[in-house]
Design a protein around this ligand. Structure first.
Ligand code: ZN
Length: 140
């Protein structure tokens, strides 16, 4: 079976989606959740790790925390960028307060930090809050 591997952000099941279906609202074969949601999704540590390794569509992660002012300012911008990028990249958020192991695993020194994963590897990272257009440029 061909197609792009995508980890469901709700149930962590790996799906395969034909490339020409990525913009057509594909759904998880197991739980029915949208595989290419037009908004940023909060993920847990297990799902993030799985998606970062397995996904064949760019995955952009916003590492943030509730106590971080710049992170809060960036939140709506990140959501806006997710809408713009729907079908091309997936944008997810990881709360580093809930999952502190993320700092060590990915060597994160300050938040917000964005990392773009592609084909199981880190492709790019950016520290500091950004506006939606900057996030789109970073993710694309
Ligand atoms: Zn699912």
């Amino acid at each position: 079976m061909t197609g792009k591997k995508l980890t469901c952000l709700e149930c962590a099941q790996i799906n395969r989606v034909p490339e020409d279906r990525l913009s057509a609202g594909p759904k998880c074969g197991t739980c029915g959740a949208a595989l290419m949601p037009a908004k940023a999704i909060d993920v847990d540590w297990t799902t993030l790790q799985k998606a970062a390794r397995a996904d064949e569509v760019p995955l952009v992660v916003d590492f943030w925390a509730p106590w971080c002012g710049p992170c809060k300012m960036m939140g709506p911008e990140f959501s806006k960028a997710a809408g713009t990028l729907a079908g091309r990249a997936r944008l997810v958020k990881l709360n580093t307060e809930d999952f502190p192991q993320s700092s060590q695993t990915y060597g994160i020194r300050g938040i917000p930090t964005m990392i773009r994963f592609e084909k199981g590897r880190e492709a790019k990272r950016q520290a500091g809050a950004m506006r939606a257009d900057g996030i789109v440029a970073f993710a694309g």
